[in-house]
Write a protein that binds this ligand. Structure first.
Ligand SMILES: NC(=O)c1ccc[n+]([C@@H]2O[C@H](COP(=O)([O-])OP(=O)(O)OC[C@H]3O[C@@H](n4cnc5c(N)ncnc54)[C@H](O)[C@@H]3O)[C@@H](O)[C@H]2O)c1
Length: 395
């Protein structure tokens, strides 16, 4: 008989990502539509268990959304077979320990990025998950954004010809927290608490680049802390020890050069908070979160450099919008649905802990490059081969 429902432990559900993207916009939205549609035509309903450290906060969240189940006892939740999936939205620093427990409990695991604070730990989690034979997935939300889906369509259609380069701008001004409260949690700006823009954004850049343009083969990055003092949630000053901007060049398999700026210390002069310009021999595109504009080579103007004359050409006007064509869904929710299908009916899932480890490795290499000033090469990352059960027998 088809499985009717699946229980999900949602750890860190009171946080920014846990609440808005994973609970409200994914799991509760899926619940409202009657569950995840399976290939058989049946639906599997989702049953969330809210987990966190503050009982009062969890009770308030549960009441707000009419949910019955919440607990501060993660160990008890992991021991209960009613809950098949463990999902993790904790601060990065707390993640690996909780995931280790969930692996030991045999749960399927879905987690925010980065999966761990070091590549060694990220690989260890991937190896443990493989040895335990549990299903595992890591958020790759940016790939599901409408703007990047349009970019995917352009690439698949051959629009670009040979892709030469990618230039990305991500960022906005994050207030220091004194005269206006900061719009991101203060731990993001403390290295000792797992903060930093490289650790936060390079895992995203890794999967965006490798899934759209080619495996990342090397990185040169300069990470800086432009603003050394910020003010926390209580209005107290603290030393911002983590990088708040990173300027990086990535070389990709196939020769594409990607240059991405990530910054919480930049004022936006773009249409969207992230934009990627892709230039190819046959055409170019600028994709953001939602929109994507193109300029094919046969509609490319021919500028002539002349600093003596004010340029009156409307360059913005040369671009054409790519239409949505498909309905726009929340990317977190779409990936949740895929992961649940992966768990329930063994549907495909490319975005596993090893993919997560590649993201952590890129962040680590970016920071190393920034420290040493050198370009860091990135060989393919594999898990060590599993030791066969018979190894060592008879010795
Ligand atoms: N996919 C994305 O686009 C995206 C965007 C932002 C953040 N993130 C990731 O999501 C995670 C959470 O980030 P956030 O911005 O929601 O942070 P947040 O501070 O808003 O939430 C963190 C959660 O962890 C809990 N927590 C804090 N310290 C803990 C500890 N020591 N032990 C157990 N629980 C603890 C908090 O109570 C809260 O529920 C981070 O790993 C971050 O990298 C992903």
């Amino acid at each position: 008989m088809a499985q009717k429902s699946i229980g999900i432990i949602m750890n860190g559900v009171s946080g920014r990502m846990g609440y808005r993207q994973h609970l409200v916009r994914s799991v509760l939205a899926i619940r409202e539509q009657g569950g995840v549609l399976l290939s058989s035509g049946d639906r599997v309903q989702v049953e969330p268990l809210l987990v966190g450290r503050s009982e009062a906060k969890l009770a308030e969240l549960a009441a707000r959304h009419g949910l019955a189940d919440y607990t501060t006892d993660l160990d008890a939740a992991l021991a209960d077979p009613r809950w098949e999936i463990y999902a993790d939205f904790l601060v990065t620093k707390a993640r690996a320990a909780a995931i280790r427990k969930a692996i030991a409990a045999g749960k399927a695991i879905y987690t925010e990025k980065p999966t761990a604070e070091s590549v060694e730990e990220a690989l260890e989690l991937a190896a443990l998950a493989r040895a335990a034979g549990i299903k595992n997935g890591v958020v790759h939300d940016k790939l599901y954004l409408p703007g990047l889906q349009k970019l995917r369509r352009l690439i698949d259609s051959g629009f670009f010809g040979r892709i030469l380069s990618v230039r990305g701008e991500f960022g906005y001004w994050v207030f220091e927290g004194d005269w206006q409260p900061a719009q991101r949690p203060s731990w993001n700006y403390r290295a000792e608490d797992g903060g930093g823009i490289v650790v936060d954004m390079f895992p995203h850049w890794n999967y965006v680049l490798e899934n759209l343009f080619g495996r990342v083969e090397s990185v040169y990055a300069r990470a800086v802390t432009h603003i050394p003092t910020r003010f926390d949630e209580a209005g107290e000053p603290y030393a911002a020890t983590a990088d708040d901007a990173a300027y990086a060049v990535f070389e990709l398999a196939g020769g594409v050069i990607a240059q991405l700026n990530s910054s919480w210390t930049v004022r936006v002069d773009r249409d969207e908070l992230v934009e990627f310009q892709v230039d190819g021999t046959h055409g170019s595109a600028v994709a953001g979160l939602f929109n994507c504009r193109i300029q094919p080579r046969n509609a490319t103007p021919k500028p002539v450099w002349n600093p003596d004359l004010a340029d009156t050409h409307d360059y913005d006007g040369d671009w054409m919008a790519v239409p949505d064509n498909d309905p726009v869904e929340n990317g977190f929710r779409t990936q949740w649905e895929q992961f649940i299908r992966h768990v329930v009916e063994d549907g495909p899932n490319e975005f596993d802990f090893l993919a997560g480890a590649r993201g952590v490795r890129l962040a680590e290499a970016g920071l190393e490059s920034s420290r040493t000033g050198a370009r860091v090469d990135l060989p393919t990352l594999d898990l060590p081969a599993p030791v066969p059960a018979s190894a060592g027998a008879g010795r």
